[in-house]
Design a protein. Structure first.
Length: 74
């Protein structure tokens, strides 16, 4: 059960809510990434192909994160 919180302004409440949403999205993203890597590792493909796909997906993920961080910083 979540503890009841007292916020001293609507802005503080909104910031706390946004932080919880960002954390949830981050956790989901990490879970999806781990699941994708595990799926690739257990896929019936050659090891070289799997490593290449993991590398490509990791690069795509990194590029996506960098893009989102730059977008949020604006």
């Amino acid at each position: 059960m979540m503890a009841s919180r007292i916020y001293y302004s609507e802005e503080a409440r909104a910031r706390a809510q946004a932080e919880r949403v960002r954390f949830a999205i981050l956790c989901i993203g990490i879970g999806v990434s781990i699941g994708a890597v595990l799926a690739l590792l257990f896929a019936p493909e050659e090891g070289d192909e799997v490593r290449e796909r993991i590398t490509e997906q990791a690069q795509d993920f990194r590029d996506d994160v960098e893009h989102r961080v730059r977008k949020m910083a604006k």
